[in-house]
Write a protein that binds this ligand. Sequence first.
Ligand code: SER
Length: 319
Amino acid sequence: MIPKILIIGAGGQIGSELTQKLRSIYPANNVIASDISYNNIELVNSGIFEIVDAQDFSSVKICVEKYQINTIYLMAAMLSATGEKFPRKAWELNMESLFHVLDLAKEGFIKKVFWPSSIAVFGPTTPKENTPQCTIMEPATVYGITKEVGEHWCEYYHKQYGVDIRSLRYPGIISWKTMPGGGTTDYAVEIYHKAIAEKKYECFLSEDTELPMMFMDDAIKATIAIMDAKPEDIKVKSSYNISAVSFTPKQIAKSIQKYIPEFTISYNPDFRQKIADSWPKCIDDTRAREDWGWKHSFSLDDITREMLTNLKAKVKQPV
Ligand code: SER
């Protein structure tokens, strides 16, 4: 099957880089980016772009039919911190968009779906070190609830209707091209911007809060790899644990100081501390490594080097 791809939520942190990667792999007419606004100008100008409201079934279906889409990457979601401010909205966006895509797959329009889950499916009762693939999941955030429930629905649609849906439990994703929005792991991107602009950063998490993180290139690599894997290799039908690195705010600050020795960090934990405290410190991703060959490339110091080099170059570029 030659993929005819629709990315929903292509203007977001992961969606925008995923779209560019897919556009580098497939012919231009095979990759359709979509979002609810034209805000991401670079994305809009770099190929076919459509306005699609992920919560509106007919909006998604019209686009699917117009371009004879057979593969969807559903990247639209409200993340953990914003979700705590707008719980019902987070529930509606995250669940309705998933049902629309699952139903289009059930009806035979779509042959393959990517839907991201998150470390947020885990909660305070989950083992925090090397969190296993199958374990206690009692999420403490609305975002985590939507992701856990979504995983069950993905598995159900696979079992009942044969829907080919693939999913990863993303950790915090660090990138220099696009800012994250509304997540608890966002500090690990903000810190690099502030390190360059102000040489100091006030962190909204405490110094020893360890969380699983990943560089964007690794996240995109994992996403493409799971979508390219043979169906028989995808043995986990809910969502795969994947991991790369785990670190604390204190450790990321130390890594930055190797490049910017005068950089300082201070700590002023807010409501996001409680969310972070409910999540694992590090994840066991043996199943992803065994089933479809997942392997990360970027260490914390690699991430720091990439972030600082690219952000500095971006600042210097004339607008
Ligand atoms: N990055 C997400 C968040 O912080 C976790 O998947 O909400």
